[in-house]
Design a protein around this ligand. Structure first.
Ligand code: NAG
Ligand code: NAG
Ligand code: NAG
Length: 442
């Protein structure tokens, strides 16, 4: 008994001090790199200064954008609601002095109620509309000669996939560019769409890669490996209750979506994790996409070629003096944008990421938080120059200047079109999705 009193007297204050030090609610720079649920607000280039390059003028603006922040899918809504009983258990265990959450984090959990309802699965959120609307405004201010002009159907081409979230994202972008969405000629989305959504179109990829259990080997090995198991244990200790892998996933997903929906608020569920634990969870997500859509499978770069071909073909036409729209706006999904990146070599590392090289791949290029957050976008701007190389291209990822592999760029981020053709021209010549239907021809 005496020992017990002594122990609580010593450990009590110590525990409070420790808890205070790790109060998530007061964290000024919380870690928000949440793989494909990363809020766009935290990763994009902010400056919208007009791009003025001596002796050069832009002639085409091409952009491929993912839809903005969306609601959770239907299963996720149910899982989010199911967190209420776990929350109650955590709170009652904390009263028994289990768990190590600080007072404010506990208060936030007590006040928490799930904000997802069943009528809106996967739809664009108000934040998702703002993501695309302000993205458009910033690009309009960077390239006014191309984008700050009145609408004409031959000057602007818009295309989106057959979902509410990409359609509404396109509307938000158009609203930002033209100040309204009336009078804009919008094409009927295709389903399946071999250019914007090859993942839906390519049955061979869907069978051989997407639904092949081998594609999950590394992610699953990591899930049962030492890093993830230690996350499971420390989160259990912090919450004062032994959680399962499913609980962990559910808490992580809820934390990520709530932050993305309300970028200025704190999701109480994020308090379950430290920054280092969030990095481990991020890596697990990256392992899955790397083998399903990235450089971990040879087929991926072939499936991702149609949009790369579209871009290269348009620039070739401009080089040959053919007319092209000033703006080409495409809206698609993380899967297809990752396949497109793999085709172009964006996000490539020298070494494959695996379940066993987490520590050495901390600075990997395949980081889906930075490659495909919500509203992720890749832009290519074709320039005509009066001095030196006559045609040049600027690439941007999340609005920041991007250097493609083998494509040295000058201080304005311009890479010579002749270099791009030499390095990437083969994509145009070889892109062919007929391999996708091998079964049908057998
Ligand atoms: C577009 O041009 C108008 C008129 O010159 C200007 O007032 C406006 O600020 C421009 N918009 C952007 C986003 O640059
Ligand atoms: C959690 O699991 C550990 C080890 O299996 C056990 O010692 C502990 O009592 C459990 N805690 C709770 C709150 O169930
Ligand atoms: C990485 O994985 C790909 C696809 O499995 C494989 O072709 C390639 O040889 C691997 N690269 C290295 C460096 O191990």
């Amino acid at each position: 008994m005496l020992l017990f009193i002594l122990w609580t007297a010593l450990m009590g204050p110590l525990a409070t001090v420790q808890a205070k030090g790790s109060c998530y609610a007061y964290e000024r720079n919380p870690y928000v790199l949440f793989s494909t649920y990363t809020p766009y607000e935290f990763v994009h280039e902010n400056s919208d200064d007009r791009v003025d390059i001596p002796k050069c003028h832009p002639v085409q603006f091409w952009i491929l954008s993912r839809h903005g922040t969306r609601y959770i899918k239907e299963d996720g809504i149910k899982e989010m609601w199911s967190l209420r009983s776990l929350r109650d258990e955590i709170i009652s265990n904390l009263d028994k002095r289990q768990g190590r959450l600080c007072t404010q984090d506990v208060e936030n959990l007590k006040k928490w109620t799930p904000q997802a309802v069943l009528t809106l699965p996967n739809d664009l959120t108000p934040q998702g509309y703002r993501d695309a609307y302000y993205l458009a405004l910033r690009y309009k201010s960077r390239f006014p000669t191309l984008l700050n002009r009145s609408y004409r159907p031959d000057k602007f081409q818009v295309q989106f996939t057959d979902t509410q979230r990409t359609t509404l994202t396109a509307f938000a972008f158009i609203d930002g560019i033209f100040g309204s969405t009336v009078d804009i000629e919008l094409p009927q989305p295709l389903s399946p769409d071999p250019v914007l959504k090859p993942s839906d179109y390519c049955t061979a990829w869907d069978e051989d890669v997407n639904h092949n259990p081998d594609s999950m080997k590394e992610a699953n090995a990591f899930l049962y490996g030492p890093e993830m198991q230690s996350v499971l244990q420390s989160v259990s200790r912090r919450l004062g209750t032994n959680i399962t892998n499913e609980n962990l996933d559910n808490i992580y997903t809820t934390c990520r979506f709530e932050k993305a929906w309300h970028v200025d608020s704190v999701s109480p569920w994020c308090a379950a994790f430290t920054k280092d634990e969030l990095k481990i969870l991020e890596y697990k997500e990256d392992l899955e996409s790397y083998y399903k859509r990235g450089f971990g499978n040879e087929m991926n770069k072939h499936v991702g070629c149609p949009l790369a071909k579209d871009l290269l073909d348009r620039f070739s036409k401009l080089e040959n003096g053919e007319t092209q729209p000033s703006g080409v706006f495409y809206f698609s999904h993380d899967t297809d944008i990752q396949l497109f990146f793999t085709s172009l070599g964006v996000g490539k590392d020298r070494i494959n990421i695996t379940h066993s090289n987490y520590a050495t791949m901390a600075r990997r290029n395949w980081r889906t938080s930075l490659l495909t957050p919500f509203a992720s976008n890749f832009a290519a701007i074709f320039f005509k120059c009066d001095r030196g190389e006559p045609f040049r291209v600027q690439f941007r990822l999340q609005e920041k200047l991007l250097r493609l592999k083998g494509c040295p760029h000058n201080r304005w981020g311009l890479c010579d079109w002749s270099v791009i053709k030499k390095k990437y021209g083969y994509i145009s010549d070889t892109c062919d999705l007929s391999f996708c239907f091998k079964e049908m021809t057998e």
